[in-house]
Write a protein that binds this ligand. Structure first.
Ligand SMILES: *[C@@H]1O[C@H](CO)[C@@H](O)[C@H](O)[C@H]1NC(C)=O
Ligand SMILES: *[C@@H]1O[C@H](CO)[C@@H](O)[C@H](O)[C@H]1NC(C)=O
Ligand SMILES: *[C@@H]1O[C@H](CO)[C@@H](O)[C@H](O)[C@H]1NC(C)=O
Ligand SMILES: *[C@@H]1O[C@H](CO)[C@@H](O)[C@H](O)[C@H]1NC(C)=O
Ligand SMILES: *[C@@H]1O[C@H](CO)[C@@H](O)[C@H](O)[C@H]1NC(C)=O
Ligand SMILES: *[C@@H]1O[C@H](CO)[C@@H](O)[C@H](O)[C@H]1NC(C)=O
Length: 337
């Protein structure tokens, strides 16, 4: 117990220093190796991947219940730089044509940390078969899909807009599995009033054919003047097909909710967002992005009473009276842009 000065002490000290020096150099070398591994990640050597443990600290701050939904993608096409360890969430807007999803997407993309890459699967080859679909999704969620909406390094939520008739229903089992295994959240966006949606579809296809805006077709417009011109067209609805058409849309929506029921999801209605901007707070909470005031420059084409937008209004009214779709006739919403 008594500490006695001894001649051995300098030797012991020297040994300790030597051991520390060796240990430090091994540590430094291992860090160097990791960094080299990181730079050549493209060559994807599996042994180096195992050694790599980036963003450990960021991962420690994530609640266990959130873990399946949080990702740290390493894009092949660019470096995430200062945001490399910012968590990223995956989403998909599941919708039907003319249900306000274009407008909704411009709102999301006005957020500095959200990248919604548009209707990627409107291009047929990308939805040819389930392999091309999953490959495309992989590229989007790895942040390697470059579109005008990509915010790249500081994206905190990345996704796309996907129409139910773009391979989604056809391959629903594989896609739901993919969503669940990759932690993709679904944002269902529907229009409550299918009759108004029908007017929008007919108007849009009329515009596609006649192009009243100086010979260009525009699905969405950015000025009230353009909106007025497009709204001048009043479609005549085929009342023989009206009920079957409405039933078909209703069935499609119901089935899509069943197919993706096991996926983390939120259900939104175009009309509710129009009338209550607090819904956009819900969406941002759902995506776990910082709250922002979202904005869009798009102008609504069809405004006001439905009766003034349909050529054969009386006939349509008679057809829907007494059916469960009668509410679509009255469902007038007080909209101001
Ligand atoms: C899927 O489609 C792609 C592109 O058309 C094609 O190259 C590939 O062979 C197809 N794969 C299967 C499994 O059919
Ligand atoms: C959002 O983007 C900003 C600006 O690019 C960035 O500073 C911030 O860290 C990002 N936030 C998240 C949660 O990724
Ligand atoms: C067509 O173009 C002219 C000149 O560029 C412009 O003044 C006019 O407003 C345009 N009309 C529509 C319907 O966009
Ligand atoms: C989804 O599943 C839950 C429970 O499994 C059920 O209560 C709910 O009605 C289902 N929703 C839809 C839209 O099918
Ligand atoms: C608007 O939406 C919020 C969030 O969903 C909800 O709590 C609130 O009750 C809604 N307000 C009205 C007037 O419907
Ligand atoms: C959003 O805008 C309102 C008023 O228009 C303002 O009071 C609020 O602070 C803004 N919120 C954010 C997150 O910028």
């Amino acid at each position: 117990m008594i500490i006695r000065p001894s001649k051995k002490k300098p030797l012991v000290l020297r040994m300790v220093v030597l051991i520390i020096a060796v240990a430090s150099s091994i540590y430094i070398c291992s860090i160097c190796l990791r960094q080299i591994g990181g730079r050549s990640a493209g060559s994807s050597s599996p042994s180096i991947r195992v050694v790599q443990k980036p963003c450990e600290e960021a991962k420690d701050h994530i609640l266990p219940s959130e873990k399946p939904y949080v990702h740290f993608p390493k894009p092949n096409t660019f470096s995430r730089k200062e945001c490399a360890c910012n968590p990223v969430r995956y989403f998909a807007i599941l919708s039907t044509q003319r249900s306000g999803s274009g407008w909704f997407e411009t709102l999301l993309n006005s957020h500095v940390n959200i990248s919604s890459n548009g209707e990627i699967f409107s291009v047929k080859v990308r939805r040819n078969n389930i392999s091309t679909i999953l490959e495309t999704l992989d590229s989007v969620y790895n942040l390697d899909w470059i579109s005008s909406a990509s915010k790249n390094e500081c994206t905190a939520a990345v996704g796309l807009k996907w129409m139910l008739n773009q391979g989604l229903m056809q391959h629903h089992e594989e896609i739901a599995d993919y969503f669940n295994s990759k932690g993709v959240s679904a944002i269902f966006l529907f229009r409550r009033n299918f009759l108004r949606r029908m007017v929008s579809i007919l108007g849009n296809s009329y515009d596609q054919k006649t192009k009243p805006l100086n010979g260009t077709h525009k699905s969405h417009v950015h000025s009230t003047h353009e909106a007025e011109i497009l709204a001048r067209y009043k479609p005549t609805i085929d009342t023989k097909l009206l009920i079957p058409d409405l039933e078909q849309v209703e069935d499609l929506v119901t089935r899509s909710l069943q197919y993706f029921n096991s996926t983390r999801h939120i259900i939104l209605y175009y009309e509710s967002i129009r009338n209550n901007r607090t819904k956009l707070v819900d969406v941002q909470e759902f995506l776990k992005v910082p709250q922002r005031n979202l904005t869009s420059l798009q102008v609504k084409i069809h405004k006001g009473a439905l009766s003034s937008q349909i050529e054969n209004w009386e006939e349509v009214k008679r057809t829907l009276k007494g059916t469960r779709y009668e509410r679509f006739l009255e469902d007038d919403y007080k909209v101001d842009m």
